[in-house]
Design a protein around this ligand. Structure first.
Ligand SMILES: [Zn+2]
Length: 192
């Protein structure tokens, strides 16, 4: 009898783990869904996991508020990065639209080509819009926090990761003054 109780308790724990595990990771719109071009040539290769940093960017573009427009925006950013910036692919691991969706950039396993000294050990996340004087919608910030928690749970980033705004590690105004002020309030923000 006692054995049965232990068995059911264990089954319960496994189910709970499965449910909470999947709840930690938000849905991501895949490259295939948004119509990505294939990677052009070999970049840095794999991300060094668990990565030490999360680097937050904005794309300095208009906002997109529907999935259709956001997918179009991701495609156009990939084109610009590959055609005019000479990168092997889109320069972010993930992008978040004002529609609240997360879009796969180079994804979980590859290092972006963006800031050479911070590409192999950082997860680069961009919010699509210009956040110099306005904040992204609450659902965008929530999506970013859930994505970061997911990255910790799958050991893509270290449990003691730090979050930086792009301008903290390179001469740039990215991710916009207002968005930087916001991420500075987060407990995992890295002061430089
Ligand atoms: Zn940036």
């Amino acid at each position: 009898m006692c054995d049965f109780r232990i068995f059911f308790a264990l089954v319960g724990l496994v189910l709970l783990k499965l449910v909470s595990g999947s709840a930690q990771c938000p849905e991501v719109v895949s490259r295939q869904s948004w119509g990505a071009r294939p990677q052009q040539r070999h970049g840095w290769g794999s991300l060094a996991v668990p990565a030490a940093y999360v680097i937050v960017h904005h794309t300095r573009t208009p906002k997109c508020t529907t999935r259709r427009n956001c997918e179009k925006m991701v495609r156009s950013l990939q084109n610009v990065h590959m055609k005019y910036n000479g990168r092997d692919d889109i320069g972010y691991n993930f992008l978040i639209g004002e529609d609240g969706n997360i879009y796969e950039g180079v994804g979980w396993n590859r290092a972006v080509t963006n800031i050479p000294s911070y590409d192999r050990d950082s997860l680069h996340i961009a919010v699509m819009g210009d956040y110099t004087s306005t904040l992204p919608d609450e659902k965008v910030l929530d999506a970013m926090k859930r994505l970061i928690q997911c990255a910790v749970s799958r050991s893509t980033i270290d449990v003691n990761y730090q979050v930086f705004g792009h301008r903290q590690v390179e001469l740039d105004d990215c991710p916009g003054t207002r968005l930087l002020q916001e991420i500075k309030k987060w407990p995992d923000w890295g002061y430089y």
